[in-house]
Design a protein around this ligand. Structure first.
Ligand SMILES: [Zn+2]
Length: 246
């Protein structure tokens, strides 16, 4: 188990949907941003399935989720870009065209560290998370060598590290003590997702909402404590660490 990378100059976090990055590595990004790292988000889908309300206006939901993602990035202290690839939620593929898009952004943004979903997490239900994970891995491979996608007209770029969150077999921990509040603030910025992913109901009375919010925050803290314990720290986010050189 390795602990703490040196603070990267530039980090690029790739998520399937708005809010995935905050769940997967928000506290790590907040820590790095506070130390001067430029943090970028690349969100693969439009988040248009992220409502339990059958009558929700889908175009409005997409716009709302982009605004929420920008607010979440601000809550993390991220100063980079929030890039939205805009693929339809639930229909993300990981073919050559999508790989080319991700490789292009890696070449444009030139991250020192790329973070993404672990595509090999067992018994994962959501296909977008699997495809977004594959795109992070395969996008790095395509971005790093000059003969991949030469038509992009961009110099190749090799990140130093690739960290996979939601790791099936974690072998790296980032100590995030002091950055849990930023992660929680970023998660709670995804207001449209409070009910479906955080168990906080819009129509509950104030007291019930406060209790639901406290339960969600405790769940996040407990999870970070569990991961931190893997490396003997109080609060941690865990990853599978891959070397882009291999
Ligand atoms: Zn997701």
């Amino acid at each position: 188990m390795s602990l703490n990378l040196p603070t990267p100059a530039v980090a690029l976090a790739i998520g399937a949907h708005p809010d995935d990055v905050e769940f997967g590595c928000g506290a790590t990004l907040a820590k790095w941003a506070a130390a001067g790292c430029v943090v970028h988000h690349l969100i693969c889908t439009d988040g248009s399935k992220g409502s339990w309300d059958p009558s929700a206006d889908v175009d409005e939901l997409v716009r709302t989720r982009q605004e929420e993602q920008r607010a979440a990035a601000r809550a993390l202290g991220a100063t980079g870009q929030q890039v939205f690839l805009g693929h339809v939620d639930g229909e993300l593929a990981s073919g050559l065209a999508e790989r080319r898009e991700v490789a292009r952004w890696i070449r444009v943004l030139q991250p020192t560290v790329v973070l993404g979903h672990d595509p090999w997490k067992r018994y994962r239900l959501h296909p977008d998370h699997r495809h977004a994970g594959l795109l992070a891995v395969e996008g790095v491979v395509a971005a790093r060598d000059p003969h991949f996608f030469p038509d992009l007209g961009l110099p190749h770029h090799r990140p130093d590290e690739l960290l996979l969150f939601e790791a099936d077999e974690a072998d790296h921990v980032e100590d995030v003590d002091g950055f849990v509040a930023a992660k929680l603030a970023a998660l709670l910025s995804h207001t449209s997702q409070l009910r479906s992913t955080m168990g906080i109901e819009d129509d509950a009375d104030d007291e019930a909402r406060a209790a639901q919010r406290a339960a969600f925050e405790q769940h996040v803290r407990d999870s970070l404590a569990e991961r931190g314990a893997l490396a003997g720290v109080a609060q941690g986010e865990s990853f599978a660490r891959m070397s882009p050189a291999s």
